[in-house]
Each structure stands twice: as C-alpha cells, then as structure tokens.
Design a protein around this ligand. Sequence first.
Ligand SMILES: Nc1ncnc2c1ncn2[C@@H]1O[C@H](COP(=O)(O)OP(=O)(O)O)[C@@H](O)[C@H]1O
Ligand SMILES: [Mg+2]
Length: 258
Amino acid sequence: MSAALSLSSVGKIYQAKSGPVQALDGIDFSIGEGEFLSILGPSGCGKSTLLSLASGLEFPTSGNVALSGKPITHAVTDIGIVFQTDVLLEWRRVLDNVMIQPQIRGLDMKLYEQKARDLLALVGLTGFEDKYPHELSGGMRQRVSICRALIHDPPLLLMDEPFGALDALTREQMVMELHLLWLRTRKSVMFVTHDIQEAILLAQRVLVMTPRPGRIAEIVEVDLPFPRKPETMETRRFVELVAHVRHLFERHGVLKKY
Ligand SMILES: Nc1ncnc2c1ncn2[C@@H]1O[C@H](COP(=O)(O)OP(=O)(O)O)[C@@H](O)[C@H]1O
Ligand SMILES: [Mg+2]
C-alpha cells in the first residue's frame, strides 16, 4: 500500500521581493496509511510550507510530493485542513458550517447531514447543532472546524497549529479529544505544532525540524502505549522523549542551553 503522503528530496525556494528565500531543503519523509505524524519546529522553519505542498497550494522547487502514490499536480480537494483560526461562517449554524463542503460539492444532503451529526457527537457537540458560532467557546469552535474538515472523509487530515489560539487548559483538553478522535477514525494526520509536549503526546512519530532553511533534524519514534492520557506526560519515557527533543533543539540553536 502506498503512503498517504510522501515527500522525496523536496526543496522550496520562495521568490520574495527582497530576493529568494529558501524555506525547505532536502525533505524526505512519508506518512503511512492511518499514521499520526507531528511536525515540530520553530517559527519560520517551513511547517506551513509543508502543508501548502501537501495540499497543492504550493509546488516544490525541487523533488516530489505525492498523495497515495500520485504526484500532486494541482490544488487538492480530497483533503481535510484545520488552521489556527477556525474560519467558521458566523451567519451559519454549527450543523450548516459542517455541511459547507457537501453543499458546495452537490452531495447527497440527507446522507451527509447524518454524517455531520455523527461527527459532532464524536467530539461532544450533540445539542449544539443549531447554535451559531458566537454562542460557542474557542475549543468548541475548533471542534466544529475539525468536523468540517472530516465530513467528506478525506484520506489525509492536515492540521496547522490548530490549538495555537486556545488558552492552555482548553488546549490540553482539545489535545485529548483529538487523540480519541484519531483512535476511533485512524485517519492519516499531519499535525503541525511548535509545542514539544503536544507533538509527542499525540503522535506515533515526531518529525523535528531545524531553523530555516527547514531540514529534518530527526524523526523521533514515540514508543508510548495507547490510549495516551494526561498522566502519560508524567511517565519516565515521556520525560525522556521531551528531553531528547530539547537536546536536538539546543544542538540546532533553537533553544538556549542554561
Ligand atoms: N509566499 C511566500 N513568499 C515568500 N516567503 C515566504 C512565503 N511563505 C513563506 N515564506 C517564508 O518561508 C519561510 C517558512 O515559512 P512558513 O512555512 O510559514 O514557516 P512556519 O509555518 O514554520 O512558521 C519563512 O521565512 C517565511 O517568511
Ligand atoms: Mg506556520
């Protein structure tokens, strides 16, 4: 079976007004079918660029990007994306926000409405289907975004710092909700973050990036048992993995050694 996403020898140079900007260099990795991969790196290292390449919004300057074995040649529609801001439409109710994609695509609305309700139930939003976005908390809004990204059952879910705008407590809760959702659906996920603990807690592997131009410092195997829980962060192995990633960042000058 081919990987959900694969990048080989990928480089990306943007032509900015001030001159060329090398965002990525020599990127090689793949996300297996059903795998949860975290991409971890400092601001400006090319994380969002990786997402743009995976969704066909940008193309590599060198190397290849493929989805389920097929090279990406144009913007990909068969994909789910969740951004840091939830971009919900304020004038549409929760259910109608989740239903945007099926509506635009002219799909069977009855069938998809049931799917939308099932997804909302899966993230604990039963009873909120008819609320407007402004009636929800930040965490609830981001859950609606996740449902919207999953409604057309895309083979790959891309998440770009999805919990970055939430307060720390809501964020911790959302991490656990996402973990449970992934355990139930086993989607292939590329999860972008600059939070070391979040990256490790959620993933099977963590791809650690260097500062610009973004290269792969190391791909760290996360050999922690499932299901992960908040207490997992207190285990010896978790603490070791965090320390290992910190050392990688110190070596690359991302974190200062004290
Ligand atoms: N459209 C663009 N034009 C020029 N430079 C860009 C563009 N998009 C991103 N960059 C530059 O590429 C580098 C990587 O950006 P980005 O992928 O957004 O990083 P991250 O998401 O890790 O913060 C940054 O230096 C950024 O300024
Ligand atoms: Mg970014």
